[in-house]
Design a protein around this ligand. Structure first.
Ligand code: HEM
Length: 406
């Protein structure tokens, strides 16, 4: 049922505003207009530029000397340097390289593959609890739980603490409508979480365990002057925050988007039910077709030129991989959701130096999630009133998705 995105006229009055609810509903016609008529798009009102074509974004991802991550990667946040936050996603080389080396060993495809039995057991536990129910919210009951449980197990958060940690993490993000500032309960929850992490770090120093938290406590990293140093508590907490935020929202959204597309396209669902070997490719197709992370923000370190336009130094540029996945210059019939499509280069995880550290883990969790889901519900419906979109400037996907067993 997926069809071509509607085509906007070359002279249409188009504004790409990543905060607009209209864009959340369907950004793809606007992306197409940008690729065709404004490949170096400028938004004066919100003061940013955007690249949308596949080849352009690939080139920019591969040129981090010109496109810095140090101002953050989400537009609402890109008002100045963020490198004192200790999050490697907001660092440039050489600092980024040192931090990334530290955790990259844990996330290699080989190491991640050993997690398959744990991931499958987690998926099976959550899904078996839903079998027999006529309808359930696939996000709240499954896709949000799987990645949270997996990263908690890797970090070593005791099982008895997880529900409370998740409750506090959700509370910390809670905002009242029309008010972007945290409510007192949100501030209290974040202070309690900080205290919790500090106790856990202290506990690992006293009694090391075989978990990622202990590794981060024990590891030594070359400081700015080259001498080996342990990470400070603040730096360790920053890692937890990055792993928990980067890995949870995104896998949650990718799985729910896949379930939604497979409900809309029963022919594609049937292919996966009959030939599950295509499921890994369906994960890639979902990442191309409707990725959870729509753009990566960068700041130019020097003037650059795109399509005859000069972007000055310190320009905020959004590399919209969500638009690149639909670029007809790269993918034939790009608005068709096709689980057997050949995708030889994926920008859904970004590319180059900051390419998603958790990509192998995300691919594995997503494949297992779809396999186990379709094994139990080879046929299902998603009623239109059961679809609840989340609103964010660069994370795209569902806050809730009701599934009705057929
Ligand atoms: C479908 C799921 C996921 C998607 C779509 C996704 C997407 C991305 C993207 C686009 C980037 C690049 C950011 C940039 O260039 O500025 C990124 C970076 C990152 N991701 Fe993921 N991610 C996913 C899952 C995960 C998981 C499961 C983890 C770990 C538990 C993770 C950890 C990270 C980290 C640590 C970075 C920063 C890497 C760096 O700065 O070098 N991600 N991710």
């Amino acid at each position: 049922m997926s069809g071509p995105a509607s085509v906007l006229a070359p002279d249409a009055d188009v504004e790409y505003d990543p905060f607009s609810y209209e864009i959340d509903r369907d950004p793809y016609p606007v992306y197409r207009w940008m690729r065709d008529h404004a490949p170096a798009y400028r938004n004066e009102r919100l003061d940013f530029w955007a690249l949308t074509r596949f080849e352009d974004n690939l080139a920019a991802f591969l040129d981090p000397a010109k496109y810095s991550s140090t101002w953050g990667t989400s537009l609402e946040f890109m008002d100045g340097p963020k490198d004192n936050m200790g999050l490697m996603i907001y660092m440039d080389a050489p600092r980024h390289t040192r931090y990334r080396k530290l955790v990259s060993k844990v996330f290699t495809p080989g190491r991640v593959a050993t997690l398959e039995p744990m991931i499958r057991a987690t998926a099976v536990r959550h899904l078996d609890a839903l079998v027999g129910q006529p309808r359930f919210d696939a996000v709240r009951e499954f896709t949000a739980r799987l990645p949270m449980d997996v990263i908690s197990t890797m970090l070593g958060i005791p099982e008895a603490d997880r529900a409370e940690v998740q409750r506090k993490a959700n509370l910390m993000l809670h905002r009242e409508p029309g008010n972007p500032r945290p409510v007192p309960e949100a501030i209290e929850a974040s202070l309690e979480l900080l205290r919790y992490w500090s106790e856990q770090i202290e506990e690992r120093r006293r009694r090391p365990k075989d978990d990622l938290m202990t590794k981060l406590v024990e590891v030594e990293i070359a400081g700015d002057d080259g001498t080996p140093q342990r990470l400070t508590d603040d730096e360790i907490r920053a890692f937890f925050i990055l792993l928990a935020t980067a890995g949870n929202e995104t896998v949650t959204k990718l799985l729910a988007t896949a379930f939604h597309e497979l409900a809309k396209n029963p022919d594609q669902r049937r292919i996966l039910v009959e030939e599950p070997r295509w499921i890994a490719n369906a994960v890639e197709e979902t990442l191309r077709y409707d990725p959870p992370s729509q753009y990566q923000g960068r700041v130019t370190t020097r003037p650059v030129e795109w399509h005859g336009q000069r972007l000055p130094e310190r320009a905020r540029v959004l590399l919209i991989n969500g638009a690149s996945g639909r670029d007809e210059r790269r993918f034939p019939d790009p608005d068709r959701f096709d689980v057997r499509r050949t995708i030889d280069l994926q920008l859904g995880f970004g590319y180059g130096r900051h390419i998603c550290l958790g990509a192998s883990l995300a691919r594995l969790e997503s494949r297992i999630g779809i396999e186990e889901f379709l094994r139990r519900w080879p046929e299902y419906h998603v009623p239109p009133e059961g679809i609840e979109r989340m609103h964010s400037s660069n994370v795209r996907g569902f806050a809730g998705l009701v599934v009705e067993a057929a």
